[in-house]
Design a protein around this ligand. Structure first.
Ligand code: NAP
Length: 334
């Protein structure tokens, strides 16, 4: 039987997920949509033969919806996730899980009281085949113990409302999660460095920012988050171990020899870069929900990322390194 999914938020990624669930993923169909902007929700509903609901809460409560995908704006996530738990429905929430640690804790408490995992966070890089291959190399011991990480997250340009905090909570959050997952440990401290300003960045936006993280075992991590690279959407990651290194390859692209040049394409938009990862993430989620056992990033992962982001923001404001202090991990999330 097909899993009936309701999608909250029919903006950029919401529409892409609706298309994916309809045309790519097997075993699911989108039966309901909603957006604060009724016009775009109605348009998506018409295109995909789904119901359009006036509010997210109406969609969550509908008997036409078995599971919910949240793709609305960041500050709306926590409230909708809590409503899904209250309704006993599985929910895939785009990152971030919530914009405050307090809301992440509320979600974990609600989920633990419900007694079973219902929440998955949209950290889709964990489903990218190259990050997965990097993890296998690390786990095999071929490069020895990891010592250092050099990572970079470059956007060609940014939306005008992009803020200094969003560099961490909306963009760098992907690196925060994927490096915890690759290294399988939590962070101990966080610091942000800023320097010469890119004059092409929006007024008031400090860009680029360097996020420094140190794990509990002392792995030193430097992440360039650059919202105004000017040339493309470019994600890089290299782990330096005791006896070797492993590096994320550039995405495969045609090599072109012409006009005396040897070139290959660099993606310009985030939506082009991790297509397979989004497909894999959603297919796995649908399969898991049907088996009633989630295996993807949990509310704990959303909480750990949020606490780390908070520490980075405090560091940028104070100019010093600050500790990353997580609550004890409940056994529920082991
Ligand atoms: P977007 O294009 O602005 O779409 C968000 C949509 O949500 C907009 O149509 C917005 O309407 C609507 N909305 C705002 N408040 C709402 C509410 N209370 N209830 C229902 N809908 C509401 O943004 P996007 O790029 O699609 O991003 C959406 C979410 O996905 C964000 O949380 C973002 O962090 C996440 N995301 C994740 C990835 C990833 O790689 N995993 C990539 C992109 C985005 P208005 O425009 O009228 O406010």
């Amino acid at each position: 039987m097909e899993l009936r999914i309701g999608v909250i938020g029919t903006g950029g990624i919401g529409r892409d997920h609706i298309r994916r669930l309809t045309d790519v993923i097997t075993g699911a169909k989108v039966t309901a949509v909603t957006d604060i902007n009724k016009e775009i929700a109605d348009k998506a509903a018409k295109q995909y033969h789904a119901l359009s609901f006036p509010t997210g809460e109406d969609l969550i409560e509908s008997p036409e919806v078995d599971a919910v995908l949240i793709a609305s704006w960041d500050p709306t996530h926590a409230g909708y996730v809590l409503s899904c738990i209250q309704a006993g429905k599985y929910v895939l929430c785009e990152k971030p899980l919530a914009t405050t640690a307090r809301d992440c804790l509320k979600i974990m408490d609600a989920e633990m009281s419900y007694g079973k995992r219902l929440v998955q966070v949209g950290f889709m890089r964990r489903y990218d085949k190259d990050y997965r291959a990097m993890k296998e190399v690390i786990q095999s011991g071929r490069i020895g113990e990891p010592l250092l990480v050099h990572a970079c997250h470059r956007n060609r340009t940014h939306i005008t409302s992009h803020s200094n905090d969003m560099t961490v909570t909306n963009s760098g959050i992907h690196e925060i999660d994927i490096l915890r997952w690759l290294l399988e440990e939590e962070y101990a401290s966080a610091q942000v460095l800023t320097g010469k300003q890119n004059k092409n960045a929006a007024e008031g936006l400090q860009d680029p920012q360097i996020l420094l993280l140190k794990t509990k075992n002392g792995v030193q991590i430097g992440i360039e988050v650059n919202m105004t690279s000017g040339y493309g959407y470019d994600i890089q990651c290299e782990i330096v171990g005791e006896t070797g290194t492993v590096r994320l390859p550039d995405p495969s692209a045609l090599l072109i020899r012409s006009e005396g040049k040897h070139t290959h394409q660099i993606f310009t938009e985030w939506s082009q870069r991790f297509v397979d990862a989004y497909d894999n993430e959603l297919q796995q989620w649908v399969n898991d929900v049907k088996k009633a056992t989630l295996s993807g990033p949990s509310a704990w992962d959303g909480y750990a990322a949020c606490i780390t982001a908070d520490a980075l923001i405090r560091s940028r404001n104070s100019g010093t390194s600050v500790p990353v202090t997580l609550q004890r991990r409940p056994e529920f999330y082991d």
